[in-house]
Design a protein around this ligand. Structure first.
Ligand code: ATP
Ligand code: MG
Length: 366
């Protein structure tokens, strides 16, 4: 029996309408998938890409259509799947899973969703770049640690301060009264150690900044000069040359004592770094005013040993030191960082091994 021509035509029309609707619907879904900025791809049991969005393909400078049926790991220049891919694709549980992984220096939250696609088992992967979120989380955690450390430190420091004052006072008295040289030598050792403890306690108290900042309008160039003068004797004995390259800098509102403490810390650090090298030491103080940003720029540079890259990331951490026990407490730079940050400024470091180090401070004027 032959189908009447009219019926055939209607059926064809209906089919073509249906195809167009399917095509439109596919395009619609693809557009939605492409609007997702996270990296999305669907793979089969052999890790071959069945579907992907633009963001994922763009990651490898490819067109989504050109990477279909490519084993996904080849795009990462690998010969096999990542361990997270095998982990997430495991079939025992058909539950969505998530893992956090580092890939090429970025942190991703990778989630997998098992689905049934085109009559096959498949897995949808969504990779979310959480590098910035992770960095901020770590920073909050670090700040939180610092604030509890500050509270703890100030408590302990106050407790230690009183008995320490007693030890120093009585040792001083015994030193004056005692005539026996051996006893005096031992007492001097006790005295020196107690003074060192006092210095640590003072540093700890400054670190937790229990005293209120007393701000006044100060001239940065004058404050640097005064701090260097305080240390003049020591600088002469070490034969270090001080270079002053001061710009015309307006007065800024700052706690004089705190600012001098920052400069002194940088100066002493520079001296230590120079003493580790057999060179004619130079420490330069450069100041300038940036009218555009309305901030004062202070650079303290030395031609000391420099800081190795693995140490550089830790130098602002409290109690981090590379110096022997009697030379550093590891609080100098964390105190400096805290003081400058409280002032709304920044302190950064640039260092080159065997050449020297520069600390760059930026302080807003208002
Ligand atoms: N100018 C510099 N050159 C080379 N290394 C430096 C310099 N400044 C700091 N560092 C490094 O950073 C570390 C931390 O410095 P920081 O001032 O916080 O502590 P410290 O000098 O070790 O002890 P403290 O200042 O409490 O006596 C130092 O131990 C040193 O390794
Ligand atoms: Mg120091």
């Amino acid at each position: 029996m032959t189908v009447p021509e009219k019926d055939n035509e209607t059926e064809l029309k209906q089919q073509s309408l249906l195809f167009r609707q399917i095509f439109k619907s596919q395009k619609w879904w693809q557009n939605i998938i492409d609007a997702i900025t996270d990296y999305l791809f669907v793979i089969d049991q052999e890790y071959k890409i069945l579907r992907t969005n633009k963001a994922f393909a763009n990651l490898f400078d490819k067109d989504p259509a050109n990477i279909i049926m490519t084993p996904y790991y080849e795009l990462f220049d690998l010969t096999g799947p990542h361990e997270w891919a095998t982990l997430l694709i495991e079939k025992e549980s058909l539950q969505p899973k998530s893992v956090e992984r580092e890939i090429n220096g970025s942190t991703y939250l990778i989630s997998s969703y098992p689905i049934y696609f085109d009559e096959h088992d498949a897995t949808v992967y969504i990779m979310k770049d959480i590098t910035e979120t992770r960095r901020l989380k770590d920073q909050v955690y670090h700040l939180d640690k610092l604030s509890s450390l500050g509270t703890l430190t100030s408590g302990v420091a106050h407790e230690i301060n009183n008995p320490l004052t007693g030890i120093i006072g009585y040792t001083e008295m015994l030193l004056m009264k005692n005539k026996d040289d051996t006893h005096k030598k031992y007492l001097q050792n006790v005295y020196d150690s107690a003074i060192r403890c006092k210095k640590i306690v003072e540093n700890m108290l400054t670190f937790s900044r229990q005293h209120r900042a007393e701000k006044s309008i100060e001239k940065v160039n004058d404050l640097i000069n005064r701090t260097v003068e305080l240390h003049e004797y020591w600088l002469k004995s070490t034969n270090i040359k001080i270079i002053r390259d001061y710009g015309d800098v307006p007065g800024i509102s700052i706690d004089r004592q705190q600012f001098q403490q920052v400069i002194l810390n940088l100066l002493i650090n520079a001296e230590h770094a120079i003493s580790e090298r057999n060179v004619k030491g130079e420490i330069a103080f450069r100041t300038s005013y940036n009218e555009k940003t309305g901030s004062v720029n202070i650079i303290v540079s030395d031609n000391g040993s420099g800081i190795p890259p693995d140490v550089l990331a830790k130098i602002f951490d409290p109690f981090f030191t590379t110096k022997p026990v009697n030379k550093g407490t590891g609080l100098g730079l964390s105190i400096a960082h805290g003081i400058i940050a409280e002032q709304g400024g920044t302190i950064e470091v640039e260092s080159s091994m065997g050449k020297g180090t520069s600390f760059i401070i930026n302080l807003p004027c208002s």
